[in-house]
Design a protein around this ligand. Sequence first.
Ligand code: ZN
Length: 45
Amino acid sequence: MFRARKNVEVPEGKFVETKYRCRSCSHEWWERIPAPPDKKAGDAA
Ligand SMILES: [Zn+2]
């Protein structure tokens, strides 16, 4: 179950973290996936 989404930036690169919650026991967790390339941000951030 989707709950929230946030962007994170770490030395390994940019990622998108999505928060989910289990329907049966209500525990929550984050899943991190690589962010899509953002052309507007440029290369040198
Ligand atoms: Zn659960």
